[in-house]
Design a protein. Structure first.
Length: 501
């Protein structure tokens, strides 16, 4: 996807380009604001992790059309030369606001806000959603695995099962953010500075004349990082016995080692292996396990007290397992009208959950006096004449984002923190980007600020995402205006799907 000028801007949906040509030809390339949010929590969970921002900011600055890209577009016989000339010098020069990467996030709230010309905002849509949706899905999955293990040590080794090379790299990055201690993906280790981890495959043992010889040979070469795979032939009658034999020799040299289980009844085998290791005086020897693990299996084993020190998770973590995709969408929130004034935009639908919240917005995280998060609130942003801010110490009425009757009262006795912050200004990074290790710390700090009820795997508590009275009033007004423009009788039939204002 790289072009001679950077990251190919052909990495976009075709309709983004056809619409962009229309905007240019019709003189509509005025100011616009788009917001990215998601509709529901993956994995039937109570939280998600916002990930991929660093990758997005890197790619968006490289996003351009090479000479070959323009030639390809010309061959489609869809685009005029004036538009192709425009694309030949295209660079994103707008602004981008976003939450901190690694923040715990919830449906309906903007994670990213993009401001700029209508064309540049439209063209980056596909890339933005591709990067943020996938990495957020994998970071969320990994965080669930990490919490299920009791915040234990997780090794990501999903390279061979990931969706292609880019999927493997993105998954390794996102999994490390979400809580993995390291990866088996060596290229990800080089590119992202993630610790690389690994043991041995069954083929190593099968390639030797005996299991004992295989263990001895490995221990001789890697005495400081030896982990024996003990289930090639028979875990309890062969594997652990040979591991103990060679492990004692390592222990005599002051070296620690571990064993790995990759099949069978993990709970039973880990308990029996622990007994054998302890009886041999090898109480420092660690036990790692793998074999199609996910958060549900890991939580069950953890609660059962299985003596496991490290969890190797691959397929079900780097692919999302039972959840195919993160439900992020990208919608127009405001646009400049023909008079040069910015006005709010709304997508209306018979389904209240799909009716968007209009206007340029800020997201506030409200915490109690103990620092625990109690609600996220969307407010109107950027109107100096009618500021819609949330101040500590004041009492507010907050409304359900679907514009119905549900509401609650909240006195801000803790903090009210604005979550959307400037990341790009005129196409350039507005501030230094955090390291992956710093993003990991953001994830852990953010998770710690939420009650356990939001983080449990089964039937998690639903966190409040609400809107201010000002935003609710604006939304209702726009919906009423839209309904007033319809031909009488068209509502109520159930056939009216959606529209834009």
């Amino acid at each position: 996807m790289n072009s001679s000028n950077g990251f190919s801007a052909l990495f976009t949906d075709f309709y983004s380009l056809t619409m962009a040509q229309g905007y240019l030809k019709k003189g509509m390339n005025r100011r616009a604001v788009f917001e990215m949010f998601f509709r529901r929590q993956p994995f039937s969970g109570g939280f998600s992790i916002f990930a991929g921002l660093g990758t997005l900011l890197e790619k968006i600055q490289q996003f351009s059309f090479s000479v070959d890209d323009i030639s390809y577009l010309r061959s489609l016989k869809t685009f005029d030369e004036d538009f192709l000339e425009y694309l030949s010098t295209f660079r994103f020069k707008g602004s981008l606001w976003a939450m901190d990467e690694g923040t715990v996030v919830f449906p309906q709230e903007p994670l990213i806000r993009v401001e700029g010309g209508l064309i540049e905002c439209q063209i980056i849509e596909g890339m933005l959603l591709n990067i943020i949706n996938f990495q957020s899905l994998i970071a969320t999955k990994t965080a669930r695995v990490w919490l299920a293990s009791g915040k234990g040590s997780i090794m990501e080794f999903g390279l061979r099962r990931a969706q292609g090379p880019d999927g493997a790299m993105s998954a390794s990055r996102a999994a490390f953010i979400g809580g993995a201690a390291g990866t088996s993906n060596v290229l990800a280790g080089k590119e992202y500075g993630i610790p690389v981890l690994g043991t041995m495959a069954h083929s190593w043992i099968m390639a030797h004349e005996s299991e004992e010889a295989a263990f001895a040979s490995y221990a001789e070469m890697y005495s400081d990082r030896t982990v024996f795979l003990i289930d090639t032939y028979d875990t309890l009658k062969s594997g652990i016995l040979n591991a103990v034999k060679i492990g004692k020799k390592l222990a005599e040299k002051g070296k620690k080692f571990g064993v790995r289980l990759d099949s069978g009844d993990i709970h039973y085998l880990s308990v029996e292996v622990r007994k054998i290791l302890d009886a041999a005086g090898l109480k420092d020897a660690s036990i790692s396990v793998s074999n199609d693990l996910d958060e549900s299996i890991i939580e069950t084993l953890t609660r059962a007290g299985a003596p496991i020190n490290m969890w190797g998770v691959g397929t079900r973590m780097v692919t999302g397992g039972e959840e195919a995709a993160f439900t992020g969408v990208y919608k127009l929130a405001a646009r400049e009208n023909s008079s040069g004034k910015m006005e709010p935009a709304i997508k209306f639908s018979d389904n209240p959950e799909k009716t968007t919240n209009p206007a340029v917005k800020q997201v506030w995280r409200i915490s109690d006096a103990q620092g625990m998060a109690v609600a996220d609130v969307l407010s109107i942003s950027g109107d100096p004449e009618n500021p819609d801010t949330i101040e500590e110490g004041k009492r507010y009425t907050f409304w359900h984002p679907s514009s119905d009757y549900r509401h609650f009262f909240q006195t801000i006795d803790g903090k009210a923190e604005p979550l959307l912050k400037p990341r790009l200004a005129k196409g350039s990074v507005a501030s230094s980007l955090p390291t992956l290790e710093e993003i990991r710390k953001t994830v852990r700090g953010s998770l710690d600020s939420f009650d356990q009820s939001y983080k449990r795997l089964l039937n998690p508590h639903i966190y409040k995402v609400s809107v201010t009275e000002a935003l609710r009033s604006l939304k209702i007004k726009l919906i009423e205006n839209y309904q007033g423009t319809l031909v009488p009788g068209t509502l109520g039939s159930g056939t009216q799907d959606s529209g834009n204002i």
